[in-house]
Write a protein that binds this ligand. Sequence first.
Ligand SMILES: [Zn+2]
Length: 255
Amino acid sequence: MVNSASLKDCFFYKDKTFRVSIQWMNQKALPTEQYQPAYIEHIANIITHGIWIFPSILGAVELFQRSQDRAQFVSAVIYGLTLILLFSVSTFFHCTFYLRHYSILKELLHRCDRAMIYIFIAGSYFPWLTIEQIPNNGWASSMKWFVWVMALMGITYQQIFHEKYKRLEMIFYLIMGIFPAIPIISEHYFAGWMEIFTGGTLYLIGTIFFKCDGVIPCAHAIWHLFVSMAAYCHYYAILNYLYPIINIRSDKLNY
Ligand SMILES: [Zn+2]
């Protein structure tokens, strides 16, 4: 015979266990402190970028194989490396953060993870500014080196004021992501601008979640998802418009 009181306790017990074991986020961190993700957030952060390491290696190899001239080879190496490093540094950082035992390594990787955002933005511009024939009479051609100067300035700032002025850091990311695109798109027609625009919009939407740790559950993992989708959009455009397969076929026909 089942006692009604013990049955009630049992349900209570099960309900309590469920609530304790699935904690979707922790308390919001103070402005100068680092947010401590909940267990599920740690796992989500690792998975959402970890799954892209291998595809990004394949993607870089594909660009390299399709390369027909020096500009394409150099772009495949630079852009391909920044793409692989973006996902691998991020995954390595989130793994170390989750393990909690290597605080110095975690701190170093956190700085590298943030620096990779600047490097990746410059890397994403690189193929468009190198393979495309940008006219030399405007601002767009200057962006070739200016994006790297901006990346260097951003990294220097980020290393000095690491985690201090988070909103300002976000503004720097946005300036670096958007500003060089204005003269480039206004001075030169790009086949693939729709994909570039879509990718840029996805990055912008993603930034809403970048600083929502402790407000929205798994906010950082959602930011990762937007970064992955945006990076895919830009890769798709680079692959199809700057490394068209038709080049290889037509060259083979000429042999
Ligand atoms: Zn991350």
